[in-house]
Design a protein around this ligand. Structure first.
Ligand code: PLP
Length: 424
């Protein structure tokens, strides 16, 4: 019989738009002993996690809890719980994840309307508002940080317009939550989905979501409790019950709420991970964390430019945690990525669709977003590009990044500890 060896995963420097390096404190929390999901010690942790998520989403919403599954499970839970056959949905698309929204929405038998802009651009908010007036959809589903193109869609005017036009505003903030502002209440977003394996630095496997009373009203009308756990009051005739059991938010909120209705078995170790990840985000401070992402983004950008490379997303709507580098003419982008991994243990990403082979995407998210990683990736990229015969400015990249870190204007000390990063 073959003897299978114990797992011995290589240590990597992960500079992709996810999954990124998990915070060591999160990994430690994951080895906490299992508790039963109705054990008061565990339900207390569930409640604390909800409270921390509310703060991170900057919302007063009662409902803020994770869906068990990767980030798209959160998107799917929200969309399948609010969408009924025949509903109209408007989806503005500016990259791969906009298409994912259409993909998930259309399986609910709805009428999809899309608008598209060139990859690398975002929408003028007024164009989306005008289209909402024309189509009169029930739901607007939109991506905030589009990791495929490194662009961020402003939402501050879209949210209030949705409220005015009686449209539900559903936002994929998977890439942005915990890394830059996602002002759920101020921007009047009705349902927002976050991710764990991006700026939270928690492994993939949960999707924190939040939603307000406008969504809750729809859920209440569609609520159908599982036969095996239903009481007399639950046995009502529902016209359009939510078509998924697993992603049924009306039952899930009763599992997360005081009723503690039995639904799925909670992913205990992931909840430990999310709780610790959220605690770390709040301990660092939201503003401090956003500034840290900006600082290391700046150092990376300056380094890339000084090397003589071009940025695909050198635009005012650049996503702070994803930097897209144009692959120089004549250079095989995948070969460069392979060499970075094999020789340096560094992982960067390529992109999708029309951008595949044209750009590299370097992520600076969460725990991966720290000074030594930026300097390491710049130094390694220079070495690998020289090996690939690319014409670059030798020796300039690291110096430009160091200039950013040493600049008195920046005055933000990127210390060894990522959590002390922006404390002066
Ligand atoms: C990563 C990402 C997702 C998908 O997340 P999964 O965890 O792979 O399901 C969705 N939307 C955006 C914007 C992302 O960056």
């Amino acid at each position: 019989m073959t003897a299978f060896k114990e797992i011995n995963a290589p240590l990597r420097t992960i500079m992709t738009p996810g999954p990124v390096e998990a915070d060591p404190r999160v990994l430690r929390a994951m080895s906490t002993p299992i508790l039963g999901q109705f054990d008061p010690a565990f339900t207390q942790m569930m409640n604390e996690t909800m409270e921390m998520l509310r703060r991170i989403f900057q919302t007063k919403n009662q409902w803020a809890f994770p869906i068990d599954g990767t980030s798209r499970s959160g998107i799917e839970a929200v969309l399948c719980s609010v969408l009924e056959p025949g509903d109209k949905v408007l989806i503005p698309i500016f990259g791969r994840f906009g298409y994912l929204l259409t993909e998930i929405a259309e399986r609910n038998g709805v009428e999809i309307h899309t608008m598209e802009c060139k990859w690398g651009e975002v929408f003028d908010q007024q164009d989306i508002i005008d289209e909402m007036k024309r189509i009169q959809p029930k739901v607007l589903a939109i991506v905030h940080g589009e990791t495929s193109t490194g662009c961020m869609q402003p939402l501050d005017k879209i949210g209030p317009a949705c409220r005015e036009l009686d449209v539900l505003c559903v936002v994929d903030a998977v890439a942005t939550i915990g890394g830059t502002e996602v002002k759920v209440d101020e921007w009047q977003l009705d349902a927002v989905i976050g991710g764990t394996q991006k700026c939270f630095s928690v492994p993939s496997g949960m999707a924190p979501i939040t939603y307000n009373e406008r969504v809750e009203k729809i859920l209440a009308a569609r609520k159908k409790v599982e036969r095996g756990v239903a009481t007399e009051q639950d046995r009502v005739n529902v016209q359009q019950p939510i078509r998924s059991n697993y992603f049924d938010l009306s039952q899930l909120q009763d599992y997360w709420g005081p009723r503690r209705l039995n639904h799925h078995t909670e992913a205990t170790s992931m909840l430990y991970a999310l709780r610790e990840g959220a605690r770390i985000v709040l301990e660092e401070g939201l503003q401090e964390r956003f500034e840290r992402h900006r600082l290391h983004e700046k150092a990376l950008i300056e380094g890339i430019k000084a090397m003589g490379l071009g940025l695909f997303n050198d635009v005012p709507w650049k996503l702070p945690m994803v930097t897209c580098v144009n692959i120089p003419a004549g250079v095989d982008g995948d070969s460069v990525r392979t060499m970075l991994l094999q020789q340096f243990g560094i992982e960067i990403a390529s992109s999708f669709g029309p951008l595949h082979g044209k750009i590299w995407r370097i992520g600076t998210m969460g725990y991966s977003c720290r000074k030594e990683n930026i300097l390491f990736v710049l130094g390694a990229l220079e070495a690998v590009l020289i090996r690939h015969g690319a014409a670059i400015q030798i020796g300039q990249g690291l110096q430009a990044a160091l200039d950013v870190y040493e600049s008195p204007v920046v005055a933000l000390e990127a210390s060894e500890s990522p959590y002390a990063a922006v404390k002066k």
